[in-house]
Design a binder for this molecule. Structure first.
Ligand SMILES: *[C@@H]1O[C@H](CO)[C@@H](O)[C@H](O)[C@H]1NC(C)=O
Ligand SMILES: *[C@@H]1O[C@H](CO)[C@@H](O)[C@H](O)[C@H]1NC(C)=O
Ligand SMILES: *[C@@H]1O[C@H](CO)[C@@H](O)[C@H](O)[C@H]1NC(C)=O
Ligand SMILES: *[C@@H]1O[C@H](CO)[C@@H](O)[C@H](O)[C@H]1NC(C)=O
Ligand SMILES: *[C@@H]1O[C@H](CO)[C@@H](O)[C@H](O)[C@H]1NC(C)=O
Ligand SMILES: CC(=O)N[C@H]1CO[C@H](CO)[C@@H](O)[C@@H]1O
Length: 542
């Protein structure tokens, strides 16, 4: 018998060793008042007399690793520190590596996409919910998202006009049949009351560094074949004609109106979910149908030139096409971007997380990157509980949803995506308001009656990325060996030259990893069942 120890004994030696090196906790109380509803985890509650701020992610001192953990059972951004001096010697880890260990090697020279940002959307529903709370409590929500004592979001989507998460169907030029010059274009009370003040506050918290992405859901009814904001309508006429031109101009009018209010945009998309009016019968909320070929010609003949001539060329304003589920990415990206002239007006590709059925279509991100490496890839919308006939829409404390979020974010980052946008920043506990009754779940749910809001597990899950991976961070590749079922990770070098790694364990059991190439020595990491960790350390000199 040549084997001295069975794998099980080796693993238990490893576990014992890793327990001995588990650092003293910093002693933060997770900044969370826990409350349990009928779900598999808890929410953190905020009310007027008790609302805990979240510790900022400070630069990590040389020779240290900071680890932040959230888990189904226990933690929300629980921070621990360890000194790299206390890491076990490599030989010890080698000797004690059992067969169930997952061994990871980061590849700091395999540098890929640069991060643009993470964030959510300033919908009308968000505005209503913020206004429904006492002012200092809604300001706490703004800080939870946009300050360093929160998730430090760097990107936000702003609907151009109404969406399904408005209280009425509207655009900026309703009942103006034939107003091709858009002389009667006007922002609405939703802009002045529900969006602009919130965006201004967010910019103040971010010291002007918040990037804004505009997306339109539907043109005014008079521009559409079905004379309706919802339903299966297309623009009247053909690309290059007066209706397509007016729709392009509508975007310029929007950018100019917001600029007059002091709000400037980083980019726009070519329109939210162009397939809604094509693949669904009598589609039930704000939408505009656009086939891949129509989109190509609209970008080439109308949107691109109109933006350029108004001073919004691609050097000033990002233009992301698609803004639709991953399934149809090849259709739209290839129709538009294989046309050289259309492609010259486009800087990137936005995609949504929704899917019907088991297939996730992530391979379409790789395909887009292979074909169009110079175009940015960005997740532009996601929410849980969105299925129309689902009874499981808004929920308080569902940890599984924190995991579906993290899985989707990591799979995108591993395939050249530069960031990820959540949908409504704040919803009520029913998941609205939504005139279309298309209620969904949200990271923050507001109960106006009791002047309370709840941070759902998804809030922390997205925060494990947004708070620690600032814009300008660079994704680095890795190799993973061993049984990595249910374990995903993504790593980065941030602009302060720190290495940042996010690890997710979706298994019912804890798992053990050893990571090389993160710090000067191999780093053992014990992942609790159903947990997510972000580890940060200054980059060791090569
Ligand atoms: C606020 O929450 C705290 C902690 O859950 C609770 O003790 C307190 O009664 C609440 N205050 C109000 C005004 O609801
Ligand atoms: C909100 O204001 C009230 C009254 O001034 C104050 O007692 C409370 O602590 C504040 N709450 C928060 C969350 O800032
Ligand atoms: C996308 O392309 C596939 C394969 O060519 C086709 O079957 C499908 O109808 C297209 N869908 C749309 C929305 O263009
Ligand atoms: C929690 O969310 C997941 C993912 O959406 C869902 O499958 C599950 O049914 C939800 N749990 C409950 C108790 O509704
Ligand atoms: C891999 O890990 C998963 C989850 O822990 C487990 O269910 C599965 O049996 C393991 N597979 C092998 C081949 O050990
Ligand atoms: C944002 C959202 O929830 N949208 C959904 C509303 O319902 C339709 C029909 O099921 C879905 O397709 C949308 O994605």
């Amino acid at each position: 018998m040549t084997r001295l120890f069975s794998p099980t004994i080796l693993v238990s030696i490893f576990l014992t060793l890793s327990i001995t090196i588990i650092p003293l906790t910093y002693g933060n109380d997770d900044n969370c008042v826990k409350q349990y509803f009928d779900q598999n985890s808890f929410v953190c509650v905020c009310n007027i007399s008790d609302c805990r701020s979240i510790e900022p992610a400070t630069p990590v001192p040389k020779g240290f690793i900071f680890t932040w953990e959230s888990s189904q059972d226990q933690h929300r951004f629980h921070r621990t520190e360890r000194s790299t001096k206390d890491l076990p010697r490599n030989e010890v880890i080698m000797e004690t590596s059992g067969s169930s260990l997952i061994r990871v090697r980061l590849l700091p020279h395999d540098q890929r996409q640069t991060i643009v940002g993470f964030g959510g959307a300033f919908t009308d529903a968000t505005g209503y919910n913020l206004l429904d709370l006492p002012a200092n409590l809604s300001d706490h929500i703004m800080q939870d998202y946009f300050s360093r004592t929160g998730l430090d979001y760097s990107l936000a989507r702003v609907p151009i006009g109404g969406t399904d998460f408005s209280n009425r169907l509207y655009t900026y030029n309703d009942n103006q049949d034939g107003d091709f010059e858009l002389k009667n274009f006007a922002l609405q009370p939703e802009d002045t009351q529900l969006k602009i003040p919130m965006i201004e506050r967010a910019q103040e918290l971010k010291e002007g560094r918040l990037k804004l992405l505009g997306s339109a859901w539907s043109p005014p009814a008079w521009m559409k074949t079905n004379n309706d904001i919802k339903g299966n309508g297309f623009l009247k006429g053909v690309p290059g004609g007066p209706y397509y031109k007016a729709w392009a101009k509508y975007h310029v009018k929007f950018l100019e109106a917001y600029a007059r209010a002091g709000i400037n945009f980083w980019g726009i998309t070519t329109g939210n979910e162009p397939t809604n009016a094509i693949i669904n019968e009598d589609f039930f909320f704000n939408c505009l149908g656009m086939t891949p070929e129509l989109l190509r010609d609209y970008v080439k003949l109308d949107l691109g030139p109109t933006l350029r001539d108004a001073g919004y060329g691609t050097d000033k304003l990002q233009v992301l096409l698609h803004d639709e589920v991953r399934q149809f990415m090849p259709n739209y990206t290839e129709a538009v971007l294989f046309d050289e002239e259309a492609a010259s007006f486009v800087t990137g590709i936005g995609f949504h997380w929704y899917r019907h059925g088991a297939k996730d279509f992530f391979e379409n991100l790789e395909r887009a990157h292979e074909n169009f490496a110079d175009k940015l890839l960005l997740g532009t919308e996601a929410c849980e509980g969105w299925q129309r006939f689902s009874s499981r829409r808004a929920q308080l404390g569902n940890w599984t949803r924190a995991e579906t979020y993290a899985v989707d974010i990591i799979k995108g980052l591993q395939r050249y995506s530069s960031g990820w946008l959540d949908w409504n920043l704040a919803l009520n506990t029913k998941g609205g308001p939504s005139w279309a009754e298309n209620w969904t779940d949200g990271l923050i749910l507001v109960d106006a009656e009791s002047a309370t809001y709840y941070r759902n597990p998804m809030f922390y899950s997205l925060g494990h990325f947004s708070k620690f991976i600032p814009p300008g961070s660079i994704y680095i590749g890795h190799e993973i060996h061993g049984n990595d079922t249910g374990v995903l990770l993504a790593s980065f070098i941030d602009p302060a030259d720190q290495v940042v790694m996010v690890v997710l364990n979706t298994n019912d059991e804890p798992v053990d990893l050893v990571v090389d190439g993160f710090a000067e020595a191999s780093v053992p990491i014990k992942m609790d069942a159903h947990s997510i960790k972000t580890l940060v350390t200054p980059k060791a000199l090569a």
